[in-house]
Design a binder for this molecule. Sequence first.
Ligand SMILES: Nc1nc2c(ncn2[C@@H]2O[C@H](COP(=O)(O)OP(=O)(O)OP(=O)(O)O)[C@@H](O)[C@H]2O)c(=O)[nH]1
Ligand SMILES: [Mg+2]
Ligand SMILES: [Zn+2]
Length: 292
Amino acid sequence: MSDSYRVTATQKTTASLIKLEDHSTVSAFFPRKFKPICGDRVTIEQAKGEHKIKSIDKRCNSFCRADNRGRKQHIAANVDQIMIVMAVKPAPTRDILNRYLVTAELEGIEPILVFNKSDMDDQVFINLINQYEQLGYQVFKTSKKEAASITAIKPLLADKTTVIVGQSGVGKSSITRVMMPTVELKTGKLSAKTGKGAHTTSVTQMYHYEPLNAFIIDSPGVWEYGLWLMTPHEIAHGFREFQTLLGQCKFSNCTHIHEPQCAIMAAVKAGRIRDSRYQSYLRIVDSMKYWG
Ligand SMILES: Nc1nc2c(ncn2[C@@H]2O[C@H](COP(=O)(O)OP(=O)(O)OP(=O)(O)O)[C@@H](O)[C@H]2O)c(=O)[nH]1
Ligand SMILES: [Mg+2]
Ligand SMILES: [Zn+2]
């Protein structure tokens, strides 16, 4: 049996790998058609005195986003959890959290919500935190100035692969650094002009943190997180509190937008689904027209 490796980073024709048995690292080249991504499990062989990726295991799941034409772009593979980081500044864009959650629900990735920079304002996120806790999500309020608020998340990372996502400048790398002090990460300053992040992390990179046996994937921040072309049915499935009602609408192909006897709209009316979440669902469905 050949040894098992995971991809920690990719360059044009080579990938950095970590050997799962002893956590040693190697570099291996790959044919272009392979398209390995961070988190992939691979086997390697020797070719002309170099390491070469021989095979990529079928992915359990992957964290994806839309490319600029609405196609599904795979970012990280075989992930157990997604840590969605938001901050007081830059403030989250309107539907960004729900869009991340749609991906998480569809791919079977457990979300961890982190509201960071509470030192700048302790109040702004109180309502959101309550709402998402009520939906059953794990929610944390953090500040890099209060290490305990971040170390509280650490136990969740043990023995898991966690991808950390969020807008540029929200503090993804800063949080990772507090949780895993021995791992070397880059962090940057917010641009004084725009208050936006400076895109400090430029490539997706997986780190292994020995004390927790945790794999952490730090990804470059985005201004906006876009979902690839999806059907209303897929998007509705991405809203956790809709799931038990799907299938109870009069029409099996109900889009929950205008149809009579829609179980989702009835639940919104009755206050069992929060209107802000339903409005966000409508906007996300509507946003798919850009890929049309
Ligand atoms: N006040 C305050 N500043 C923070 C906190 N966390 C991070 N920052 C600052 O925010 C800036 C951006 O932090 P990073 O950790 O680089 O952000 P990032 O999310 O990794 O950004 P990208 O790599 O560009 O995606 C840095 O100047 C950090 O020092 C916090 O809890 N409070
Ligand atoms: Mg970063
Ligand atoms: Zn419906």
